[in-house]
Ligand binder design. Sequence first.
Ligand SMILES: Cc1ncc(C[n+]2csc(CCOP(=O)(O)OP(=O)(O)O)c2C)c(N)n1
Ligand SMILES: [Mg+2]
Length: 572
Amino acid sequence: MAEAAKNVTEIKAPAGKISGGHLVAKALKNEGVDVIFTLCGGHIIDIYDGCLDEGIKIIDVRHEQVAAHAADGYARMTGKPGCAVVTAGPGTTDAMTGVANAFRAESPFLLIGGQGSLSQHKMGSLQDLPHVDMMQPITKFAATVPSTARIADMVSMAFRECYNGAPGPSFLEIPRDVLDAEVDLDAARIPEAGRYRASTKLCADPDDVERLADILVNSERPCVLFGTQVWTCRAHEEAREFARTLNIPAYLNGAGRGTFAPGDPHHFHRTRRMAFDKADVIVIVGTPFDFRMAYGKRLSADATVVQIDMDYRTVGKNRDISLGLVGDIGRVLGAVTQATTGRVDNGAKGRQAWLDELRAEEVVRTEKLMPEFTSNATPINPYRVAWEINEFLTEDTIYIGDGGDVVTISAQAVQPHKPGHWMDPGPLGTLGVGVPFAMAAKLAHPDKEVLCYFGDGAFSLTGWDFETCVRFGLPFLGIVGNNSAMNQIRCGQIIKYGESRGDVGNILGDVPYGKFAEMLGGHGEDVRDPDQIRPALERAREAVAGGKPALVNIWVDRDIWAPGTRNQTMYK
Ligand SMILES: Cc1ncc(C[n+]2csc(CCOP(=O)(O)OP(=O)(O)O)c2C)c(N)n1
Ligand SMILES: [Mg+2]
């Protein structure tokens, strides 16, 4: 029997019989799930009982949104699917935001929801709702499990669907009588570990691989953007090899950040607009033409635009392209690089002047920002906080951003050192992912430092689960950039309605979040002086090393915004 179950009384099913909750746990185990995130309810307790027997850890949180975000985060951090288990009705609706976030972010996790008994179907049972109908548009697969014997089969089916094309979440509801019933073990199909899913490492059309090799070898001013799917496919080696072999400047977005370490000669980050304006070939890898890319509008009209994506439906969406390749990002990039190596001259040397031109502009732009980054002003300039955070990161710090404008600003300074060391919600822009992502990251990587930068508004959405991190010994270092406002929204209101009508529905109380952390059993700090940022962070790091989650509350200037916020770029 597994470790977690040692002190537990043996299950009571008669020999040869198994209950639904135990079938769920067996199927989760077969998929490699070693933890579920959950908030309890009478409809789902048999799953906990099954998890005890299978040695699956149970992390019980204080809000179902947190359970869903944590399952999403765990999937991103481990490369395995995550799993959250919530009760029927409000448990499931609370988790919907987490499912929706994972859907837009292409993160694979299974949400299991309770449901009233089939025997009470449509009779108005406790917490009854049409969950499957509600989940359909925000999942890759949503279904009811109709019989106990089918439970493990349908759990494996749901996981298979998570990996169809670009990954995403699945949902299963299990009626209470279906979950609690016992069936003969022989009657239940339990798919065997590793035997119900094919490899997803597909490579694109080989003719198009050759075509792209030709385009790149002949290009003079190419650039490449590596997005989230580079990390999803763990394709960082192939991405680096591609840029280095062909001497192509690389830009990073989403979880693609960290593909190159800061200072790598092929890593560029302040000149993306310039590169997109001047490039003759633009390769977009693993990121859609959505609002973050101005729907593809800001790419030079004369450039040859190539898109590589895991999802056939994403390629050519919103903007015409010259060439599209679909497949596993690592396989495709590897094949393209390989296809260029046979050429007499791959053109790498000829492109150096282009890289030098972009590098010179990067230096100019960094210099321009330095007075803000090193500002000694009080109230503290949020650019100074962003700079201090970047200086404070170690090789092994996983950085999470959860907030509005302070987090937008941080993206101008913070550069993770390794792949998979950057987490943001993704294109749904969901506030509140911070604590659950930190919880998941720490669970997945207990030896790494996990640092989360929050807006005060964002922190207050799911901040109570700081206590869950205390309870389970998941110490992370939180920083709140506190402007006592939903400041990103406030900016747009001031622009549109003027100063006198700008502070409506967006001003928050002056909450000393460090004290909140102390109240929940963590370490807290309160900072008003810019020179005290670093010492406070050091003390927090020490507390975290001692096993306590920490929160450093930094009061920042409410009247400084990121350029993208001032221009309201996200709505254009
Ligand atoms: C769940 C959710 N609710 C509302 C929004 C809209 N929204 C975007 S930024 C923002 C302000 C966030 O405030 P805070 O976290 O304090 O960051 P600040 O902008 O003040 O730096 C809001 C409300 C959202 N993205 N997600
Ligand atoms: Mg704020």
